[in-house]
Ligand binder design. Sequence first.
Ligand code: FE2
Ligand code: FE2
Length: 475
Amino acid sequence: MSIDLQASIPNNVNLAEDRRLQRALEAWQPNYLKWWQDLGPEGTPGYDVYLRTAISVDARGWANFGYVKMPEYRWGIFLNPAQESRVIPFGEHRGQPAWQEVPGEYRSSLRRLIVTQGDTEPASVEQQRRLGLTCPSLYDLRNLFQVNVEEGRHLWAMVYLLHAYFGRDGREEAEAMLERHSGDAEKPRILGAFNEKTPDWLSFFMFTFFTDRDGKYQLASLAESGFDPLARTCQFMLTEEAHHMFVGETGVGRIVQRSCEVMNELGTDDPAKVRAAGAIDLPTLQKYVNFHFSVSVDLFGQETSTNAANYFTQGLKGRFQEAKLDDNHTLTDGTYPVHMLHGDRIELEQQSALLAINERLRNDYIDDCQRGVDRWNKIVEKAGIGFRLRLPHRAFNRRIGAFSEVRATPEGRIVSDGDWTHRSAEWLPTAEDRAFVGALMTKPVHEPGKMAAWIAPPARGINGQPVEFEYVRFG
Ligand SMILES: [Fe+2]
Ligand SMILES: [Fe+2]
């Protein structure tokens, strides 16, 4: 399953044998490149970046590392190999052969799922476009660009499905992917978290930890889809996504480590002194956790959802690791505990498991986030510091779902609007916090192996290279 990188659009879907499709995608390609030029990473032409490029979809060794000038990155279309006689793993069509074409009755649902996923990919590139100008190291700059080119490729992945399987309205949707923009007043991106700003590297690492992880769970449930091309596309995207979350987890971890070092050097836990020494105090990190977690849990949608139930019953979108779940995979009679609002109390309530699909995925996601937070706390613990980072309650700072109607503290206590206004500056980054973080990151660090003062070096380099490796060469 190797990929011809010299093709105008590298692919493993036999594009050359489908001239119509190839021409349609080749017509979209210049628009994509123009979008990348206008709204992709700023001020980078001429940079040689040590990037990995997919050259096959084998589990082992699919990647090739080498210097690439970013606009020359080989964006392409890669699907995991078809599983022979794969069957639909869940829902009312369970056990029937997986669909190789879009079933007519599910056409608009599938298109909506693909467009919603696809829209997030270029959105994050737009959100991150200025970060290269203030990179804390060449290692981090390289990682940012790796994430950016792969999000660009994820757009290609969804656009391929739209072009190949949805005819004219698919082509129109593919165009619209390049017309909506993150934070645009008239044509914003579809989902809220993808219209937030990613103005600094702390936000970037939080975003790749929390929001890319939402992507992992959405892709994992689409990777179960009865629509086989979507499943295979998402399976391969997941292999790339893992690196994005690695960037987020280790990025925040290195900031935590540096903050602890400064606290120990100064013998203080006074946030003002930590800040004065050029590091980010732990309470500020906690506020960023609160913010990025809350906007990311919104992405899972309503606590009970007939849409999600329908997607499941129809075999379009499954649960996380569907095959490992020990039930009948149709959920016609099971129940699932859901956090619900009763007056000013939050209680667990048994709901139809089918209606609770979103909530189950959100729980899988929260458990995964918690494991990462635990690893950050190990760093704090090792430094002998008493502070612990915590995920806020799922009801905190919500804009979607039952809890969007109330104000809740990070502990999950419902408070009045007045209390919220009074205290939210303790819980969420204030303009002043953001200004402080931004001011730490005004200049890029371009010397190989050097790190900005607010972040510790990584434990190791990329692809076995030393941390001092010249990950980016400036033209
Ligand atoms: Fe992605
Ligand atoms: Fe990602």
